[in-house]
Design a protein around this ligand. Structure first.
Ligand SMILES: [Zn+2]
Length: 298
């Protein structure tokens, strides 16, 4: 399997993005690689600190390793939203391919200083590890929110993006460009969609030249996602859409088989529903957009 850096460079040259899907349980961990295999595209499996605490950091890594070996597919593993060096090191030791080192809640200077130290410490353990840093405010919690957070003031500027990437030497940057973690009830119902600041993405790409991740993409307008890829987004995170699907599918399966107690008779329908959502997103992300300039590849 190619390294994650090679996978991202290749995706960038082809004008496509790599889909990143968070997993909280085995149904998700089955559905994500299954969809990627059907389409023969690389995929990123993500697990945040909370998801790792539930599934087990080493256990997720072992399962992903087993899937790679059995199916000969390109599944990379990302330690999503990691807020301390200790948790990041735990994931690197377990064999994760990348870490999102997220101190975006801190003031810019402190975030940059500590992220730079983390990049050095983590790469001394694994030089091929990719480290992602985050600046700006994209809210927290991949769940259903009652109201939209006030994010307009926290949008990332091209200048601070350039300073942050140059100073910290992160491989990947997660900017705030209109994206938001979680979904509003109106987005789950489909009557509202998130919109992205495409010009800002283009400017941040030109200013940094680094790989860019779009977090909180659940419920985003599909055309905006395509334009964002054309403007320089390389990784797109989907979490809440899967969680909403997981709950609905589980409830449907349980009520359709009211007396059933065998998990492997109840859960395959959940896996299938999740797989359909992942597949549709991967199809979108893998439609070539007007390719970003190849000199931006790093
Ligand atoms: Zn995120």
């Amino acid at each position: 399997m190619r390294s994650l850096r090679e996978i991202l460079s290749d995706a960038q040259n082809r004008g496509v993005a790599v889909g990143h899907f968070n997993v909280s349980d085995l149904t998700m961990l089955q559905a994500v690689p299954a969809a990627a295999r059907e389409l023969s595209v690389p995929v990123l499996v993500g697990a945040s600190e909370g998801e790792r605490a539930f599934l087990g950091t080493r256990q997720i890594a072992a399962l992903v390793r087993a899937l790679r070996e059995q199916y000969d597919c390109e599944i990379s593993l990302n330690a999503d939203h990691t807020h301390s060096l200790a948790k990041a090191e735990e994931a690197v030791i377990a064999g994760f391919d990348s870490v999102v080192f997220d101190l975006s809640a801190l003031p810019f200077e402190a975030n940059a200083q500590q992220t730079k130290q983390a990049v050095e410490a983590l790469k001394s353990r694994n030089p091929s590890l990719l480290v992602e840093g985050e600046i700006g405010d994209i809210g927290s919690g991949s769940e259903i929110h009652d109201r939209a957070p006030e994010l307009a003031r926290g949008l990332t500027t091209p200048e601070e993006a350039r300073q942050f990437v140059e100073f910290t030497r992160v491989d990947v940057l997660a900017p705030a460009v209109g994206n938001m973690h979680g979904m509003l009830a109106s987005m789950v119902g489909g009557s509202a969609r998130k919109r992205l600041d495409i010009d800002r993405i283009r400017q941040i790409k030109a200013a940094t030249g680094s790989f860019l991740t779009l977090h909180g993409a659940s419920g985003t307008d599909s055309m905006d996602l395509c334009r964002a890829i054309g403007a320089g987004i390389n990784i797109i995170h989907i979490n809440t859409e899967l969680r909403v699907t997981w709950r609905r599918a589980l409830e449907d399966s349980l009520s359709a088989q009211a007396r059933e107690v065998v998990p492997y008779k109840i859960l395959p329908q959940v896996v299938e529903s999740l797989k359909q959502v992942v597949r549709a997103r991967l199809e979108l992300f893998n439609q070539p957009q007007s390719a970003a300039p190849s000199e931006l590849a790093s």
